[in-house]
Structures are given as C-alpha cells and as structure tokens.
Design a protein around this ligand. Sequence first.
Ligand code: ATP
Ligand code: ZN
Length: 314
Amino acid sequence: IASKRTWWGNPMCMTCNTLLDRLIAEEILVETGIDGLYGRSGKFEDVLLRFDALISRFGDDQKADVIRFPPGMNRALFEKSGYLKSFPDLAGTVHSFAGNDKDHASLLETLEGGGDWTTGQKATDIVLAPAACYPLYPVVARKGKLPAQGRVYDLNSYCFRREPSKDPARMQMFRMREYVRIGTPGQVVEFRQMWMERGKKLIETLQLPYTVDVANDPFFGRAGRMMKASQRDQGLKFEVLVPIESVEKRTACLSFNYHQDHFGVTWGIRTAQDETAHTACVGFGMERVTLALFKHHGLDTSAWPEDVRKALWG
Ligand code: ATP
Ligand code: ZN
C-alpha cells in the first residue's frame, strides 16, 4: 500500500533511486543541468499556489501590508544589511557586460576559445535577494517612526542561496513567503509565539508529520561558530521540520525568527515611543512544503486525503 501511495516507491521507475530522480522522472520538476535550479511543472505550481492561498487564509486577520519585491535587491542596501558578515558563501551578485565594441569582440573571442568570458563582467547595483524580508527593512525605516501598533508585512519572493545540492529540498532559487512584524519587543515576541502555534496547525491541516526544534543559521567561518551557538542558546530561531528527502533527514519547512534589535539598529527603525524597533519574521518554504505534500501524500493529487484536498482546493 505504501508503495502505491508514495511516489518514490513507484514501481514504474526501477532505476530512480533518489527523491530527485523520481521528481524528474515523473516530470514534477524539470532539469536544467544545474543542481538546485529546476523548472516547476503545472502540477507542482498548482499545489504551491494553493498552499500560498492557504497561508493567506491563516494570516487573514493580520491585515498585513502586501509587498512583492523582485528577486533582486539594491546592492548598497544589501551591503548595509550585514549579510556578507554572516553568509558570504551564500550570496549571489548580478554582473553584466559594460564594455565597448572592442571589449565585445574580445568577449566573443574568449567565449569561442572556451576561455572565461565572465572575467570582463562588472558588478551591477543589483544583488539577488537571500531572503524575502531583506529589502523590506530600509523601506520601513524611510517611512519614519512606527505607529503605536507597529507594522505587519506580507512578502513573497524568489530567493537565491549558493548551496547546490542533489536534495531537491535544498534549491539555489526558491520562493519564500513571509509575515514580518516590526514593533516593540512585546509585540514582536507575541507575534512569533502566535505564528509558531499557527504554523503547527497549518502543517497539521496538511497532514504532514513534523517536529519543532530550536535552530541556528549557517553562519560562516570561525566567528560564525559563536553566532550559531548564541542564536541557539537564546532561542532566536525555531523551525517546523518535516522529513522530505529521507525519513532520517528532517528539513526546515517553516522558520520563526526573532532578530531582536538587529535590523532596528542597522536601519534606524524607531517605535512610536522613539525606541529601537524589534523585528521578527515567519518564513514559509514554498517549494519545501510542496515537495513534502507530494512525498507524503503521493504523486496523484486526486488521491490525497480528502481533508487535505479540501484545505487546498476548497
Ligand atoms: P536550512 O537550515 O535548511 O538551510 P534556513 O534555516 O537557512 O534553512 P531560513 O533562512 O530560515 O532557512 O529561510 C526560511 C525558509 O526558507 C526555511 O524555513 C525554508 O523552508 C526555506 N528555505 C531555506 N533555504 C532553502 C533552500 N535552499 N531551498 C528551498 N527552501 C529553502
Ligand atoms: Zn525574514
């Protein structure tokens, strides 16, 4: 029964061993030749967009301001955000040709000869967004002091992280939906607590197995080790984890982050009482939850549990 319901056990594909092989064989994801960079089938997108709509229903009472940033952000603002201090290895920059006719000819010649034509590229003023909320904070700071009730935002954007992997749940380009709270420490802590409860309900509604754990970000290098430990010790990040690639390996599908005054200090965001604002965000891994649904309920969405279908398709 299990092999009928779970598509990685599909007897149609005898040579597909990994989850990724199955997804590609079943045309759920489309290969591009780069690990972590995939096309999404109509079936995959349908589930992902239905999940997106379900999040909106769960977050309806937030009356959040909706902003959809493009997947690229202002490089100067990115530099100021401090991302490079913690995650230089994950960042992606946009470079472009900025030469004359002679440079163009030499580019084509290098390309023809199999050389590295990219050495002539120049960094542009755009970098790829590493998380949906990074472009938001400077925008909020520009608006001046927060109103007494603070602010809540609803974001969704393609993000880039340089972490190529054969695990389909670890992509280089993926979508992150977020609710972001900006306000007093009390408002922000309450928001995060509320969303941790809601996040669990959301995953229960989808009938996915999960655990909740304290977590840390993959801070880079020797200094990063201390930051990891401190983030964990202070309980600043929690995750809802669901097994996706294998039963043993649990993947973070939802994250609940309390940044304390980090972005408030960086961007000079002030509360109505003229104190430094605190921020928190809840992040939904759109592809990860979609993959988890296919993994646990099978390839054929019409055969998914009735309550799950109802939650997604109404
Ligand atoms: P991980 O610990 O697995 O690397 P993370 O803690 O770095 O994930 P966050 O920075 O909290 O992830 O990002 C918010 C959400 O975005 C995560 O909960 C996850 O669902 C999703 N996400 C993060 N990295 C990836 C990725 N490489 N591919 C797909 N989804 C991702
Ligand atoms: Zn965030």
